[in-house]
Design a protein around this ligand. Sequence first.
Ligand SMILES: [Zn+2]
Length: 821
Amino acid sequence: MTPPPTPSQAAPASATVGPVLPLYHALRNVGLDAQRVFKIREAEIDREDIHIWLTDGTIAFTQAINGRVTGAYFEGEGEVLVRPPDRMERASLGLFTGAGVLEEKFSSAYLRFNDDTAKELEPFLRPPEDAADFIARNDSRARTLAQMDAMRLCLSFSSAPPTAVPGEPPPIPDRLLHARFAGEHYGIFDVFFDTRSPEQVTVGNATSHEDQIYYDLWMSFPMRSLRKTPLSDTRFGGPSGPMWTPHVMSINKYTINAAIDQARNLSATATLDIDVKEGGTRVVLFELSRYLQLKQVEFEGKPLEFIQNEAIEGSELSRRGNDTIAVVFPAPLQPGAHFDLRFTYSGLVLSDAGGGLFYVGARGTWYPNRGIAMANYDLTFRFPQPWSLIATGKRVSLEREGDGFVGHWISEQPIPIAGFNLGEYVRSSTQLQNVVIDAYAARGTEYRRSSPNAANGSSSPLLSPHAPGTVEPVPPPQPLQNPAGTGQTLAEHAAETLTALSQMLGPYPYTTLSLTENPNAESQGWPGLIFLSSYSYLQPEQLRALNLSAADAIIYSEVMMPHELAHQWYGDQVSWASYHEQWLLEGLANYISLLLLERTQPADVQTTLETYRQILASRSPNGHRLVEAGPVTLGSRLSSSYFPNGYEIITYGRGTWLMHMLRWMLRDASRTELNPNGDDTVFLSLLRNLVVRYQGKEITNADFEQAVEEVLPKSLWFENHKSLDWFFDGWVNGTAFPQLELSGVKVTHGAKGATATGVIHQDSAPFDLVTNVPVYGVVGERQVYLGRIFAEGSDTRFSLPMPAEVNQLVLDPYHTVLTQP
Ligand SMILES: [Zn+2]
């Protein structure tokens, strides 16, 4: 008996017209087809880097929907193999599985696909023995699992094939294979092959740790055929999960008209000015807070079908949260089309920070968007007394209207994100040339009851220098005795900082800067608007009274505000290309704040760096050293069930150290006889030139590496190559945290002077780690710079000329290399 043929995979006409919701519901609820249960042997499914063997078992296909078979449930013996393509992914996989390759036997698998996978398996199918029993055992499980990919399949089946964009490579065919396995060693995990995802191959699992659900991404990388260029050259913006298809459209302008009532209910219309890039798609996803109910989406004057909240399910829910809406166009989008899309929505999106302060949750989901991307904003807010509302952009008007106010803000140039705060504030102002600087301090005296650690997901917390697990809660800030005076001091401090930053990085791009008080330990920066922790509003003596650690006190009083201000350049003018570059902008913003601090309080900079080093060396409750959370380039993936604070610790701690290392390599390389201490000319012009070069654009790690290589002095050319690959391989894409030791030092005195020889040992380091180490000579009380040595692998022999009076050598006495404490 031969199996019945698989139904035709031709696209049914109904998919690209009419409502999509019935298709979506069908895809979500599909069960197994009792007529299509088979024995299966020696079947293999290959998708670029992914290899799956269904060695021996039983398989049931899902019921056909509009003639398509989209899934199958397998039980028996199988195996999956996925090889990580580079060091970063190997390290990440190793953290979660302890192995360098994913090679796992499984006993069951649920497969979901949008292509002819079912047909591909036909040659391996034989009649079944126990079909009815198999269906009875597995059908309800299969129906539950069907929810996971329903929206993704809906995108495929409602779309026309993507159309080519002139001048761009031909579009990649839309293919999806999601396999959820019950593995022998690793339990339940997912393998995705999705050509509509920025990183087409992903492997991970959902886990919970201390009541928090994490989606641990074991691996995520571009498929083999797209890896001809280095990983970091593959550019994409927007949310990094599947289905976001950033190449589909760009949003040029948001016009938002919002009203907030006494009960803090926000109702708004948002009109998005859109250019379609790659056509073909009919269903487009937007982010919008789950607390906002979408009432209508209009396109060319007519309401569109949309799906809110139920759009994202299963593993996607734990990966991204349920803040997604799907908008259904009447027909597949045409490339080059230009139109407005108007959203009407309302809900309670403002969090109560206590005492008359309100703010929107993180990630700007108070308006529909497709992730962080440069756009113009025109914002109108109606709000009641006695509140003040402060928004991104230049306020062009504020008028009374009835019992409240109506204000209008316009972005002065494209910005990556828009936000606003609402509260009862006392305003203090100062003027810096043409920039008005306002500091808003909270008027309320009761608000400090809220826990300072209830951060509500602010997007740019600085590292609080406590190891997780040993966190001492920061005591709640006390009411400001004199909010007006405090605000004035802060506004003036901000003006000084802005002056220094403008000299360092180029002109401040906006005509206003507003600082508003955030009554907890964290801060968040938007273009021209900074939501600053209450602690940074305190005077030094008030901070001291809180008995914070030395590093905490430095961060709140000297680092946090300059860090957020530095984001006005690195973050708001130069944006990141993907999650792999989050560290770059955070590391730059944080290190720039330390460069400013170094001018007046160099000891505080050392304290901060030393604290970061100690935290990286400390261990989590499960025994892992925190530095092992992964390389900085893993971005948001660093926060996992193993390292709940991994993102903060690595991005800020290690990211700042990497900038410190680069800065000192360049500085030491500038030392000459006439300029024995060297200077920061090269590093500072690099910082400034990057702003000019990437103004209004996204920067990749490869762009950054190239920019540093362009100015790389000859003495930093490892093995005579004008390249920083050694630094990016081991330090940026790796987790290097070596111990350095000096031994066997000998001094020979010749006719031309003295020469020191010795060996630098690198311990606890990858065998191929390269580190550029400064060597100093001790002369009496002084330490004299002798030169820098490339230490490679475990032992490196060196010889350096030196003054005859040197009586001892030391490695890196000023702590410019990230080594173990
Ligand atoms: Zn930041």
